[in-house]
Write a protein of this length. Structure first.
Length: 182
């Protein structure tokens, strides 16, 4: 357990949205965490290498290497780091990959500090979680398929576009659109 001098648990917050990162950082500090922030994966790894954090909140979609890359790197530094993945682009495929790589939980934005702290405390699944009987929309199915192919191509958009038999720019446009909430 890595704590600072005041015995506050250490927390690494990584999000490319600097305003969101600042607001969430202050809220988590008020809840007793010693927070360090970064806005991309390489900077986050530099912060974590000397002393891996006890907790991490990682945005999935950032410029450069994705949050999934960071989840893997943080787990390699310290397998006991509790990691929450945050995203505005929820996808079943990326949620599954985040958990496989070592994330404890996967939250969709907008999430606040209370949601994050609650997620840190949840270490087991919920067998009473509601199961939707409503089928996914065609747009949602397309989004999930694109995410699956993109994950299989290790995030390489050009390779994924070839696999999907579409132009790279078309795929980039589709990736910029957020799927509608179901």
């Amino acid at each position: 357990m890595n704590m600072n001098l005041d015995n506050q648990p250490s927390l690494l917050l990584v999000d490319d949205d600097e305003i969101f990162c600042h607001v969430l950082s202050r809220a988590l500090e008020k809840r007793g965490y010693h927070v360090q922030t970064a806005h991309n994966t390489p900077d986050a790894i530099k912060l974590a290498e000397p002393e891996p954090p006890e907790f991490a909140v990682v945005d999935l979609n950032m410029p450069g290497p994705s949050g999934l890359t960071l989840v893997k790197a943080l787990k390699e530094l310290d397998e006991h780091t509790t990691i929450i993945v945050l995203t505005g682009y929820a996808s079943i495929v990326t949620a599954v990959e985040a958990i496989k790589l070592g994330a404890t939980h996967y939250l969709t934005k907008p999430a606040d500090a209370d949601d994050v702290v609650t997620a840190f405390d949840r270490v087991e699944g919920d067998s009473d979680a509601p199961i939707s009987t409503k089928p996914m929309s065609v747009n949602r199915v397309e989004w999930e398929h694109i995410q699956k192919v993109l994950a299989a191509c290790d995030g390489n958009i050009s390779a994924a576009a070839r696999e999907l038999n579409m132009h790279r720019r078309t795929l980039q446009r589709k990736l910029k659109k957020k799927p509608k909430r179901e």
